[in-house]
Design a protein around this ligand. Structure first.
Ligand SMILES: O=C(O)c1ccccc1NCC(=O)[C@H](O)[C@H](O)COP(=O)(O)O
Length: 212
């Protein structure tokens, strides 16, 4: 069994298609207006239509209103939402699709906070990210040893933050997560994916056999 890969912050159709072809399991479409990877609804809907039958398309939101999230889920055909802001546990349901709650990890207290989302509402997994100043997508990692106990504890964990083709295999070995996620580590500029880097990332991540 190999790790699942989510490529986040795709903004171009050609990058979406290339990511699926490279073996990505999920794409993230960004709806945070302050992100350089922000998408309007028509663009996001077009990107979501590239989804293969078993693929997942997540909408990434930061402190958005429930109505706004529901509207974009419906209009874009999203299959999951990623709440990447300061959303409390009670905000993690009511969208009609599974929720991945993202948490920024800087110390053990953040791991303890992450645990408070386990089994809550529609939370189907946790995405553990570094503490980027702009909430996410900043290439900031964290100490993987902090979360070694979380992966394998029943809740699917995605590890993110500062991952790139050269370190993702090490991250998978260290944390044995359900999935890994990358935005800036496979880009030539914010929102512009480097297709060779995407391929190298997926290849390196999936080279680790999690059965062993
Ligand atoms: O990517 C963004 O611009 C972004 C902005 C605000 C909130 C979340 C954002 N991205 C979410 C992701 O899932 C990123 O892939 C994750 O933060 C890791 O990013 P990176 O360290 O650049 O790989």
């Amino acid at each position: 069994m190999s790790v699942r890969v989510k490529v986040c912050g795709v903004t171009r159709l050609s990058d979406a298609v290339a990511a699926w072809e490279a073996g990505a399991d999920a794409l993230g479409l960004n709806f945070y207006p302050k992100s350089p990877r922000y998408l309007d609804i028509p663009t996001a809907a077009a990107l979501a239509r590239t989804r293969p039958p078993l693929g997942t398309v997540l909408g990434v939101f930061v402190n958005a209103s429930p109505d706004d999230i529901r509207e974009r889920v419906r209009a874009c055909g999203l299959t999951a939402v990623q709440l990447h802001g300061d959303e409390p546990p009670e905000a993690c349901s009511g969208y009609g699709v599974p929720v991945i709650k993202a948490l920024r990890i800087a110390g053990p207290e953040d791991v303890a906070r992450a645990r408070t989302y386990v089994g809550v509402g529609d939370v189907a997994g946790l995405l553990l990210d570094g503490a980027s100043p702009g909430y996410g997508g900043g290439g900031v990692g964290f100490d993987w040893s902090l979360v070694a106990g979380l992966a394998g504890s029943g809740v699917p964990v995605l590890v993110a933050g500062g991952l790139k083709p050269s370190n993702v295999a090490e991250a998978v070995r260290a944390t044995r997560p359900y999935g890994v996620d990358v935005a800036s580590g496979v880009e030539s500029a914010p929102g512009i994916k480097d297709v060779e880097a995407v391929r190298a990332f997926v290849r390196a991540a999936k080279s680790i056999n999690l059965w062993e």
